[in-house]
Design a protein. Structure first.
Length: 132
């Protein structure tokens, strides 16, 4: 709904994160659920990259979402509570799998519920990583 959209625009997130999340919502509102999921995945990819940049950790800008996640996950060794790491890991996995399915040619078309689920997961990751 419009409340979620406005919440993003008023947030302190970087402009590119806002862009991907709001594009995801725009696509959702017009029923383009595949595009909504793809943009949610872009938001997560940006958040992970930006988090690595802030920590001054080098990575290949052309890396896949999975590769970036693996690099990011290496930062958790002993630093974050295990439950938090598992939640982030499963949430990232959910976004990545749905994004991969919708971004490539296949007969599966995303549903409204899937787009909602992926958007909520992406939003959780983006806010967790970039609004701390």
């Amino acid at each position: 709904n419009a409340r979620r959209y406005n919440e993003i625009l008023k947030s302190s997130l970087p402009e590119k994160a806002k862009y991907y999340l709001t594009e995801s919502r725009k696509c959702y509102f017009i029923g383009s659920y595949d595009a909504s999921i793809i943009n949610a995945g872009r938001a997560v990819e940006f958040a992970l990259k930006e988090s690595l940049r802030r920590k001054k950790i080098t990575f290949n800008e052309k890396s896949t979402l999975h590769d970036i996640w693996e690099k990011f996950k290496g930062l958790f060794k002993g630093g974050k509570p295990l439950d938090e790491v598992k939640i982030l890991e499963k949430t990232e996995e959910l976004v990545r799998i749905y994004r991969n399915v919708t971004a490539h040619d296949n007969p599966k078309i995303a549903t409204k519920d899937e787009a909602d689920l992926v958007w909520a997961a992406a939003k959780l990751i983006v806010y967790h990583l970039l609004e701390q």
